[in-house]
Design a protein around this ligand. Structure first.
Ligand code: HPA
Ligand code: ZN
Length: 314
């Protein structure tokens, strides 16, 4: 299996139904069903919003430091089995703070799992864009005492109606703290959201970014500046950002010379971990080994942290 880095992965999106049930029992959280197959059967989404509703609902079972530790440990074990040599992992503190789970619990569990994990990894703190810029700034300030435990900030959740420009100030503060910057843009939102992420938030990678392909000037900018895009093919199909894998624009992005990477996004919900995404591209799109090698090389180039096991960006 080819070595790769995974750069677009929400730790909350690795919560498998079996772990939902285990944690619900441990924490005495009531669930509509304790059958993992019944929980899994609910995962038929029509768009980003309908996915996010289920995703946030399942988070009710995550309560203690041990829960966050177990969640991230399980992901890192699976990632090792998928050829991942380095992972940069998103987490959504607001999705836990809003349920009364303190930041120290989230940081404690996740950072210990990263320290002990089977794959070298780093954490990226994401702001939930639909909760607004003011709250994002409060969260960043509250997280600064844990500054050593995360390498950057990102922007996720419902995209349309929450343009990157709203978050200029909080990204400026992050930059002044030496934090790396990424944002989801161009998944459901248009190329204008990608422009704003680059020009206003000064992001160093674009998460998804598939709709950038609608704007040739933007494609040229991304190519010339070698700004990586973290594309998530199975996610795009499940959230209907593309009609089917065969219609995915990823091969054209590669042909344009973009620094495209392939990632799993929320693998517990979208039917596969990162190697499963590579495999689906091979099977459904007929992508060649040479193309997939290039994508894997891109993933090391696009990583913020260069580990020795990654071949130092080779
Ligand atoms: N897009 C936006 N927000 C998210 C996603 C996604 O794919 N996954 C988890 N939060
Ligand atoms: Zn995502």
């Amino acid at each position: 299996m080819r070595p790769k880095a995974e750069l677009h992965l929400h730790i909350e999106g690795t919560l498998e139904p079996e772990l939902v049930v285990e944690l619900a029992r441990r924490n005495r959280v009531d669930l509509p069903s304790f059958d993992p197959e019944v929980i899994r059967a609910r995962y038929s989404f029509t768009d980003l919003r309908s996915f996010l509703d289920v995703y946030y609902e399942n988070l009710a079972v995550l309560r203690t430091e041990a829960d966050f530790y177990d969640l991230a440990t399980a992901y890192l074990r699976r990632a090792a089995g998928q050829g991942v040599r380095h992972a940069e992992i998103f987490f959504d503190p607001q999705a836990h703070l809003s349920r009364g789970v303190p930041l120290e619990v989230v940081f404690g569990g996740l950072s210990e799992a990263v320290r002990d994990g089977e794959v070298p990894a780093a954490l990226i703190l994401c702001f939930l864009r639909d909760r607004g810029a003011e709250e994002a700034e409060e969260v960043l300030r509250a997280a600064l005492p844990y500054r050593d435990l995360f390498i950057g900030v990102g922007l996720d959740s419902a995209e349309v109606g929450y343009p990157p420009s709203l978050f200029r100030r909080v990204f400026d503060i992050a930059a002044s703290e030496g934090l790396r910057r990424v944002a989801h843009a161009g998944e459901e939102g248009g190329p204008d959201y990608v422009w704003e992420a680059l020009d206003i938030l000064r992001v160093e990678r674009v998460d998804h970014g598939i709709r950038a392909m609608e704007d040739p000037r933007l494609v040229a900018r991304l190519r010339d500046e070698r700004i990586p895009l973290t594309v998530c093919p199975l996610s795009n199909v499940r959230l209907r950002a593309v009609p089917s894998l065969r219609d995915h624009i990823l091969p054209a992005m590669l042909d344009e010379g973009l620094v495209v990477t392939v990632n799993s996004d929320d693998p517990a919900y979208f039917g596969g971990y990162v190697e499963d995404n590579y495999e689906a591209l091979r099977r459904e799109l007929g992508m060649t080994e040479e193309q997939l090698d290039r994508i894997a090389r891109n993933s090391f180039e696009a990583a913020f942290v260069r580990g020795t096991e990654s071949g130092g960006g080779a």
